[in-house]
Design a protein around this ligand. Structure first.
Ligand code: CMC
Length: 426
């Protein structure tokens, strides 16, 4: 199959490429050579930047699958470690493969002792995402034996290190902010239990990891593990396309995730709920959101891809209610959240624009109930997404068709003009 376009008087034939699912794509690779023209697509609204076999999304139908498996089944039945193996290797592990994989991950959870010194360079009130950008990037200065991107074994070791060490660094960032000693990881815990242990245990008393909270955390990790070519994943791919090392690429992904339109939204949701304060203030807030003169958006609503519902939000909503019930949390913010959800689902402004609660709307409420401070929410998103970023990076490096990423532009600046000496400038 092919498509014909007419560029001025020239007929151009474009190959149509078919994936295993989803929309076909027009292959425009030879367009510039054939016509001297580029395509224009800010925000990549209509552009596929790569071939990928990792995650499939159908935004209209609310479908999200990792390696073909529906997110609902994985969130319900698989552990996060299984999901990590699946994303990285393409298949679910056998029992033996799973045991080997978890053993390797557990052996990599500690970080080099010297890495601790980096934390002292930060102010105690530094945003933990700022610390993450710096310290995760600094891993490249410590693990020289996994920096050769052309060596498949080194790439694999780098992936293990990232999956295992980013949660440790995330918990260290929190401990540093509250002035408590860092807690070493425990290799008898899974990743979710270990993270809670490193966040909340102190040398003064035993900390018992609650199975309910560990399950909820595991689910948060799984639901955020991958989301195909979003801004941060595309950033990781673009950084990696130049041959940069994997730790530096993941640090670039963390930086991209930090923005409030992406991973920063879960923090922004809680800040918004606090700003609204009570159910009575919701109508006035909604009016502000609808006002085009006002830049305020309803945080935790809308998605670039999901235009009917976010399947992750459905699962998170149920988990949210489970956790709040189990913990017996009475939280006025939850009343505000539920009323906002109700209004937005009925209000024509939101219905017409297909703006539904997204995953961050509910995950923020769960993490707040667990006692996790708001500024750690995006960090938890980053540690969950590390496996997705790493899998995409590994897929890209192993792809023979991979090229350095180099978008084109439509230049709208000044045309050629002559330099004027400063004394003569008006
Ligand atoms: N509140 C109010 N109006 C909105 C919102 C919102 N949250 N989101 C979109 N709109 C309106 C927007 O003003 C526009 O209206 P109009 O057509 O009248 O100009 C229309 O809906 C389409 O908006 P858009 O900006 O073209 O949509 P987009 O697909 O580019 O934006 C988004 C997607 C996620 C950036 C946006 O919905 C948003 O800013 N949401 C709030 C932030 C948020 O929760 N982000 C987390 C996304 S989920 C986590 C992740 O995967 O990273």
């Amino acid at each position: 199959m092919s498509a014909e376009i007419k560029v001025e008087t020239q007929n151009v034939t474009l190959k149509v490429m078919k994936g295993s699912e989803g929309p076909d794509v027009l292959d425009v690779r030879s367009l510039y050579k054939d016509t001297g023209m580029f395509t224009f697509d800010p925000g990549f609204m209509s552009t596929a930047s790569c071939e990928s076999a990792i995650t499939y999304i159908d935004g209209d139908k609310g479908i999200l699958r990792y390696r073909g498996y529906p997110i609902e089944q994985l969130a319900e039945q698989a552990s996060f470690e299984e999901v990590c193996y699946l994303l990285l290797h393409g298949e679910l592990p056998t029992k033996k493969e799973f045991e080997e994989f978890t053993k390797i991950i557990n052996q990599h959870t500690m970080v080099n002792e010297q890495l601790k010194n980096f934390f002292n360079g930060f102010r105690r009130d530094a945003h933990p995402m700022a610390i993450m950008c710096g310290v995760v990037g600094a891993l490249s200065a410590f693990y020289h034996d996994s920096l050769d991107i052309n060596d498949a074994r080194q790439r694999e070791i780098a992936a293990f290190r990232l999956i295992a060490k980013v949660p440790t660094i995330a918990a260290m960032a929190y401990k540093y902010s509250v002035g408590q000693p860092f807690a070493y990881p425990r290799n008898d815990y899974n990743l979710a239990e270990n993270f809670l242990h490193m966040m909340f245990s102190t040398p003064c008393e035993d900390y018992k990891v609650s199975p309910t909270l560990a399950k909820a955390m595991d689910r948060i990790f799984t639901l955020h593990a991958d989301h195909e070519q979003n801004a941060s994943t595309s950033t990781v791919r673009l950084a990696g396309s130049s041959g940069a090392n994997p730790f530096a690429c993941i640090a670039a992904g963390i930086a991209s995730l930090w923005g409030p339109a992406h991973g920063g939204a879960n923090q922004a949701v809680l800040e918004m709920l606090e700003e609204i304060g009570s159910v009575d203030n919701i109508p006035a807030y909604i009016e502000n959101v609808k006002d085009k003169e006002n830049p305020t958006r309803l945080m935790g609503f809308g998605h670039r891809v999901y235009k009917n519902f976010d399947p992750r939000a459905k699962i998170m909503r149920d988990t949210c209610h489970e956790v709040l019930k189990e913990l017996g949390v009475e939280d006025p913010m939850l009343d505000v959240a539920m009323e906002l959800e109700r209004i937005a689902l009925e209000d024509p402004y939101f219905v017409e624009r297909k703006l539904y609660p997204n995953v961050d709307f509910y995950s923020g409420i769960i993490m707040r109930a667990m006692g996790i401070p708001t500024n750690m929410f995006t960090v938890i998103f980053a540690l969950s997404r590390t496996i997705g970023w790493t899998s995409h990076w590994a897929e890209m490096i192993a792809d023979d068709a991979q090229k350095i990423g180099r978008p084109r532009q439509l230049y709208v600046g000044a045309t050629e003009r002559d330099y004027v000496d400063i004394a003569k400038r008006k």
